[in-house]
Structures are given as C-alpha cells and as structure tokens.
Design a protein around this ligand. Structure first.
Ligand code: PLP
Length: 384
C-alpha cells in the first residue's frame, strides 16, 4: 500500500484509545438517562458529573461552569446569541473567526475587527471599535486555518476598560492540544471547546460559562445543564470528551516539542523544494522563518498559479489528506475570509494548502507529504 499521511488534524483527529474505552460501557450496558432517578439513571448521572470535574480541571474552571453541548458550532452559537438575546447591544469579533462565530455575530448585526499580515488581531483597531454599548467581544484563541494565536489577555484588558459591560467569548476549539488553555482563557467569560479536535468523539463539546454570566439558552426543553442547555445528555460522548481532554492536557508539553520539530521540517521542506511556495503569514528573519505566533501543529502555504482544488486532488490520490480553507460541509472552495483579512492577494490565496499535524503525526508522514507536494505542484505547473 502507498504510504499515507493524515495531515488534517485541524479538521478532525483520530479518537484516542482511552476515550473509546471509556465510552464503550455507556454505549452498551450503562444506557441510563442521567435526568432520571433510578439506579441506571444515577450511574449515568455520576459519569456525567465525573466528566464535568475532569474537564473543569483541564479548563481551569469550576465544574458548575461547564455546559455540555453538541460541539464547537453549538458552543459558539450559544455564546453569541445567548449574550445578545439576553443583554442586547453590539457584538464584535475578529475578522478571522470560524464561521460558527462569524455568522452569528453578523446575524445579530455585529462587526468585525481586522488582523495583521500574520493573522493576529489588530489590538489598536479593537480599541477603536470598543464603546460602552458593546456587549459581546469574541476572539478565538487559535485560528483554524493559519494557526495564529490571539492576544487574549490584551483583548480582555482593553474590553474591561472601554466596554466594561461586555462579555468576552473565546473559541478555543483549536487550542487544547497545543496551548495552556486554562491559563490563556482565564480572562474570558465564555470558552468553547469541541471533543473531536483533541481525540474525542464528534458531536460533543462544552461552553464554559463563568459564574455570574447570564445567557439566553439556545435550546429550551427539559432544563438540563441547570436550564442552560436542554436535551438529554450524550453520556458516552461527554465521557469521551473528558477523557480525551485529560489525556491531551497531560501529554501537551511532551507532544508540543515533537510536533513543533515535525511542523518545521514539513514547512521548511516544502518551502525549500517547491519554487514560489510562500508560507502564509510567516515573516522570514535572519535566522529563518518566524513561527512563534502560531500553534505548532499548523503549516499553511500558498502556491501562485496553482488551484487548491487540483492540488488537493493530487495529494489525496497520493495518500496525503490535507485541506485548503477550513473544511465545510458543501466541500466547495470559497475564497478564505481569513486569508482575505490577512491581505493575501487572491492569486496566492486561491492556491492555499493547510497541513495540520497532531499528536500521532510521524516523520514518515511529513517526508511523504513533502515529496508529494513537490511532485504535485510540479505536475500542475507543467500542465498549466
Ligand atoms: N471553531 C473552530 C475554530 C473550529 O475549527 C471548528 C471546527 O472546525 C469549530 C468551531 C466547529 O466545531 P464543531 O466541528 O465541533 O462544530
């Protein structure tokens, strides 16, 4: 079989064995509904409570501040709509948010704040956009396309000063494997995470809602999650989420160094072997590429004169799984709003390639990807 390279960990990650193992009993014999009162229900309830404690530890919050959701998209929607429907006022977000934040912010008539060429929020522009009528500011912790890390502490300081009534939300969906989320989100009132980005199952996530922050719930019904999110708990999913979060948190320091080396080998390998390859948003200084503003898992490149779609097709045929902009349900290649906000010219942006590593990535995958990208770009240029 041809060598394979799964380099799309930002889209989703393989599940961790310990998360699968922990979930199995709740998919089989322990099927109780945690809202009930009998013994099976109480056992399911206990599993949810333990998962809540475990996740709270990783996220640096109180167990009671965790609201389990159906994933990152729901957490983001719950944050934006929840704040604006309860309090009114203006919503602001960075121009490079995931669509799960961007669309709700635009739907409530909100505005976006620009970023620099590295994909890092322009804090002066944020300061200028803030006013006392701003009630929500949403800035992600790490961007899903180019991996840029956002200056959340600085954002919080500005918001508390210029818009003291505003609630701060951060989408930390892409951060948990790579950053100290507990420390870096400490100043945020609302924090979104999603299990399938760190070795847990799809369709389950959480929103941290700090004590005292009031939200209008997105889902009404049985009043689960202390009236903050109705719906029968996804017990197995919640258990898998918490176990995966604990593992990802525990191994983070070890994994980060190894993956940083692999990412640098990948990015340097492609830039050196493919003429005209540009590493998106990465300045080049005397010592080489400067990637300190990015999560270590992200390698983003643009190739002038190449269509992303054709490149992805050839990569896939050679066993390299990658993506261009963030993956979207339609599979359609829309121009990336992130690259546009960073000022990447359209001819370059149309030839974008996102390669994202994970804790399971290997040097063999990286070397295979370098060879395949080089050969594929050469081939597309030959036939252009
Ligand atoms: N936010 C970010 C930054 C993401 O990368 C994603 C998924 O790609 C989401 C939100 C949506 O999460 P989910 O797939 O769990 O709905």
């Amino acid at each position: 079989m041809a060598p394979q390279a799964y380099l799309d960990h930002a889209a989703t990650t393989p599940m961790r064995d310990e998360a699968v193992e922990a979930m199995l009993p709740y998919l089989r014999e322990e099927f109780g509904n945690p809202s009930g009162t009998h013994a099976p229900a109480r056992r399911a309830r206990r599993a949810v409570d333990e998962a809540r404690d475990q996740l709270a530890e990783v996220l640096g919050c109180e167990p009671g501040e965790i609201v389990f959701t159906g994933g990152g998209t729901e957490s983001d929607n719950a944050a934006v709509f929840g704040v604006i429907r309860r309090h009114g006022g203006v919503a602001l977000c960075s121009a490079i948010e995931h669509h799960a934040v961007l669309e709700p912010v635009l739907a409530v008539g909100g505005r976006t704040v620009g970023v620099d060429g590295r994909g890092v929020l322009d804090v002066d522009a944020l300061a200028a956009a803030l006013s006392p009528d701003v009630r929500l500011v949403s800035v992600m912790l790490a961007n899903n396309e180019v991996g840029s890390i956002q200056p959340l502490a600085e954002v919080a300081e500005l918001v508390r000063h210029h818009a003291p009534d505003a609630v701060i939300h951060t989408d930390a969906v892409q951060a948990l494997c790579w950053l100290d989320v507990a420390r870096m989100t400490a100043a945020a009132d609302l924090v979104s995470v999603s299990a399938h980005k760190f070795g847990g199952p799809k369709g389950v996530g959480a929103l941290v809602v700090r004590q005292g922050v009031e939200l209008e719930p997105l889902l009404l019904g049985g009043g689960q999650e202390r009236e903050r999110r109705s719906g029968t708990h996804n017990v197995a999913g919640i258990v898998g989420l918490a176990v995966a979060a604990a593992s990802a948190g525990a191994e983070r320091k070890l994994v980060v160094d190894r993956v940083a080396e692999l990412r640098d080998r990948l990015a340097d390998g492609i830039v050196q072997s493919v003429p005209g390859a540009v590493e998106t948003g990465v300045p080049v200084a005397a010592g080489g590429a400067v990637r300190a503003h990015k999560v270590v898992s992200n390698c983003h490149l643009c190739f002038e004169g190449i269509e992303s779609e054709s490149l992805l097709f050839l990569l896939d045929r050679a066993g390299v799984s990658a993506s261009a902009a963030s993956s979207c349900a339609s599979g359609a290649m829309a121009t990336s709003h992130v690259l546009e906000a960073m000022g990447v010219a359209p001819p370059l942006a149309n030839g974008s390639l996102r390669l994202t590593l994970g804790p399971t990535s290997t040097a063999a995958e990286v070397d295979h990807a370098i060879d395949v990208v080089r050969a594929s770009v050469e081939r597309l240029r030959r036939f252009a």
